[in-house]
Design a protein around this ligand. Structure first.
Ligand SMILES: Nc1ncnc2c1ncn2[C@@H]1O[C@H](COP(=O)(O)OP(=O)(O)OP(=O)(O)O)[C@@H](O)[C@H]1O
Ligand SMILES: [Mg+2]
Length: 572
């Protein structure tokens, strides 16, 4: 019930449309009732009394009645459907907005395909539901009510007899509805599996081809698709069961009416005309009642999907703005880790890290793979919050800042070169959406990307395809560097930012980065030690802890892990 109210409350803001639609449904309902009502005078005045006036006027009346009902039906459909769509659009925006605002931790747990499926398929299932519920409950409900009015007016005793069967239909209807809701939730999950496979295999198609695993993936997809079918088949079974079960039960009512009604007419207590008006109303009431019951099933299906959608909308983000954020402009850029520990789940990944980067310093992080370097710098941007300890920028705990303010201070070039299906210029502008063309170009010149961009067919306006597939690894990396340069932030994080470049362009980009690093606090992560000789401080990390810390000379003298790494890379 709460779920239903919540679902309906999404259409509350469109109450004007709903009022028009409701008036139109009232029109449709009334016309249905009027039609059943008219059967009585039709029978009596024309067939029994043979009145000519009624005979000439009635056909026109019927045409007008149907035309009016048509107009009402159109208005009703149009406004109901569009309201449903508007409400759904709002739900879809909400779920997208919510998932965008959740922390990275959420995305680690959830598969992208599953998320996409919720935004597309589940919301789609709800869409069907919302439009159907509103139409069903309003129009079919109203039609049923007016027709029932006619039925009761014509002969209330007979009406009561015919409706004695209704309580008998409630229980099976509910039972079926419940089953459908559960099955629908399962089907949506299966659809999520299908989407997951799609998303993963399309984006990882290169690996699949390289390893010749097409058949395996096709099999996997077919399997998931089949599982979806098995589920939906069960739900179809219950859906198709609804009408026959209801019809069988109501046939008892119909039989009762004909039996008792026939006897009443024969005994002269009811006119034939009255009886036919009664039967017409009974026949007409069947369709709206059936639709009404059917919309109950559609509703159950929508609720199953709604549960999955609201589950995400209701997620409480774990990385949030503080209630009273400290106002920050552009920071100077001192970054201090104070006894920071962190874990993604149970396993500790960082333990008691204390580290200070003074304004303008270059801090290099080195050490074996999996040591926690990327994790350490991702904490500065609050991709995750520390488990204990604190991180300060200019002596303000970063959790005291508004997240947008914090992110304004940081430019990041990641291990993953993430680009979007857009033009080169727009991809660079992710660094600063307001940048002029000249500024974009200057950033690209500094990142040694300008020349190759000019060689592309449309220069800066060239579209680079999904994830920048039309570029080489080194080119992608240079665009990411240009994006960071354009951001012009006081803190710079370079995580393997030059790893995909050849020695020559690395040296060039290195020079560009050196210019960029001036007056900025920089964290550099690199496996190639040649990129970090000049760092003010080199931090050697292993197993989530700082093993050594000092400048190049000091660490060599120390004769520890750094010296070993150094010797391995520069044997000759
Ligand atoms: N999203 C995540 N969820 C759970 N565990 C993670 C996640 N990301 C990293 N880890 C784990 O945290 C540890 C540190 O990973 P991290 O990426 O920080 O290492 P790294 O030093 O950057 O390694 P590399 O040099 O290979 O980039 C690893 O053991 C890794 O398995
Ligand atoms: Mg890393």
């Amino acid at each position: 019930m709460d779920l239903l109210i919540r679902l309906i409350s999404y259409s509350k803001v469109y109450w004007r449309r709903l009022v028009v639609a409701a008036l139109a449904s009232a029109g449709v309902g009334m016309m249905e009732g009027a039609f059943a009502w008219l059967v009585e005078p039709l029978m009596k005045k024309i067939f029994a009394e043979k009145q000519l006036v009624v005979f000439t006027l009635l056909p026109f009346g019927i045409i007008i009645l149907f035309a009016f009902r048509g107009i009402c039906r159109y208005l009703n459909d149009y406004y109901m459907q569009t309201t449903g769509q508007l409400a759904i659009q709002k739900i879809r925006n909400d779920i997208y907005e919510k998932s965008m605002r959740l922390s990275l931790g959420f995305f680690n747990e959830q598969s992208t395909g599953m998320l996409m499926s919720r935004v597309l398929n589940d919301v789609g299932a709800m869409q069907h539901g919302v439009a159907n519920i509103i139409t069903g409950f309003f129009r079919d409900g109203l039609s049923a009510v007016t027709l029932l009015g006619v039925i009761f007016y014509r002969n209330w005793q007979l009406a009561i007899i015919s409706f004695l069967v209704i309580p008998a239909t409630v229980y099976p209807a509910q039972l079926i509805g419940k089953k459908i809701k559960r099955l629908s939730k399962l089907s949506q999950e299966k659809m999520g599996d299908v989407s997951s496979v799609l998303q993963e295999t399309f984006s990882g198609v290169k690996v699949i081809k390289a390893f010749g695993l097409e058949d395996r993936e096709i099999g996997k997809f077919q399997q998931r698709n089949l599982e979806y079918y098995y589920n939906i088949r069960k739900s179809i079974k219950y859906d198709s069961l609804t009408a026959p079960v209801m019809e069988t039960i109501t046939s008892f009512g119909v039989a009762g009416v004909i039996w008792i009604g026939g006897a009443t007419v024969m005994s002269g207590k009811m006119t034939t005309a009255d009886f036919f008006s009664f039967i017409t109303a009974m026949a007409l009431v069947y369709s709206p009642v059936k639709k009404f019951i059917n919309s109950y099933n559609v509703l159950q299906r929508a609720l199953g999907a709604a549960e999955r959608v609201f589950e995400i909308i209701d997620k409480v983000p774990d990385v949030v703005d503080p209630p009273e954020p400290v106002k920050v402009g552009r920071v100077a850029g001192t970054v201090r880790f104070d006894n920071v520990s962190f874990s993604y789940d149970e396993e500790p990944v960082l333990q008691n890290i204390s580290l200070t980067a003074a304004k303008g310093e270059i801090i290099a992080l080195v050490g074996p793979s999996g040591g926690g370097k990327t994790t350490l710098v991702s904490l500065i941007s609050r991709f995750y919050d520390v488990r204990s300890g604190a991180i300060f920028i200019d002596d303000i705990d970063i959790r005291q800042m508004r997240i947008t303010d914090l992110l304004h201070q940081i430019a990041l070039v990641d291990q993953e070169t993430i680009l979007f299906n857009d033009t080169i210029a727009n991809n660079i502008r992710y660094g600063n959406t307001l940048a002029t063309d000249a500024e974009v170009e200057a950033a690209c010149v500094a990142a040694y990307a300008h020349d190759f961009i000019l060689e592309m067919p449309d220069g800066y306006d060239t579209s680079i395809g999904d994830r920048g597939v039309r570029l080489s690894g080194g080119q992608r990396q240079r665009l990411c560097i240009a994006r960071a340069i354009l951001k012009d932030a006081p803190i710079l994080i370079l995580d393997e930012a030059t790893s995909a470049l050849d020695t020559e362009s690395e040296q060039m980009v290195q020079r560009a980065l050196e210019n960029l690093m001036a007056n900025r606090t920089t964290f550099v992560i690199a496996h190639r030690l040649s990129t970090i000789f000049k760092a003010d401080k080199i931090v050697v990390m292993e197993n989530g802890a700082i093993q050594e810390c000092g400048n190049h000379g000091e660490l060599l003298a120390n004769n520890g892990l750094y010296k070993r790494l150094y010797d391995m890379q520069f044997k000759e």
